[in-house]
Write a protein that binds this ligand. Sequence first.
Ligand code: GLY
Length: 371
Amino acid sequence: MSVTRLNTDDRQLKTKDMKTIKVKLGARSYNIFIASGLLKELGRLLGNYGNFTKVLILTDKNIEKFYGPIVAENLSTYKPKVVALEPGEGQKNLSTVESLYHKFLEHGIDRKSLIVAVGGGVVGDIAGYAAATFMRGIPYVQVPTTMVAQVDSSIGGKTAVNLPEGKNLVGCFYQPRAVFIDTETLKTLPVGEVTEGMVEVIKYGVIRDPSLFSFLEEHLAGVLRLEQWHIERLITSCCKIKAWVVSKDEREETGFRSILNYGHTLGHALEALGGYKGYRHGQAVAMGMILATKIAMRMGLAGEYLLGQQKGLLSRVGAPTDYNIEEVKQAFELLYRDKKAIGGRLRFVLPVKIGKVILRDVSPEVIKEIL
Ligand code: GLY
């Protein structure tokens, strides 16, 4: 992974300070482009990726209202077809994917065409999975418009849909050709979505980047006001970490990629417990980070100060800093019942200090003591 300024071809962006981060995956390598106002340049930037026979833009109805016209106009030379899904996780299923295949065929999409995913994680995951499986794989690019998608889900090629039995149970690793991040799009996000994204950003600071963590401590007000310089600094740092982790363990084979799941073991279980209608992902992950830190403290790996540092930032972004013990007990029952435990022990990403985490199997006794 490396960060470079624009190459000569991209200088047309004039004063725009576009950053390019490479996800190094051999033949499947690709760039993440980050700039304010980048949506207006999408057509030109895509021109560097060859001639596509057809282009289909997949989005949802909320995002379409804000960005449908600008993206469609910008890609007008491709005469794109726009497909806007109903918003929400409820769409992330196989019947949506099947209906998309029919739309692809109606529009004459083939292996030389391009799917452009414009939206948050749900749109990106569906588009990626449909692109991965249609005609054994067609090209797609990610244009994430939420903070969680910009710092996490649009990068790394995890594509999936849900089954009634659980989230992301059907999917595959299928890398996009590029990720185009327009930081301006964050300005239309509801406050809750920003909190959601900020929990993931704090997570990156804890797992890998002390300077990002101190930047947040110092500049959080500017970040929450979505001031351009702050936002670009933060999105770039997160994308660098994500690109680096994915380059090292694309398919989560060595376990290294799972450091991105800091706070997610408990987080996912809490979400599942509420039928995905209770805690939002960010809230549940924040509680998971607190619990993981308490586990690390109990195992003698971390001190109280580390807990205080994280609580400080989490509370400032409006995320929870504690959990309900009864709910957490139920979440653990679910984890053990779903056989997430190996040999009775659950694997956790545990923080040691800001910027360093380790993977450890944790016994039920340690968890009982904490609860
Ligand atoms: N969101 C976690 C990962 O991409 O591995």
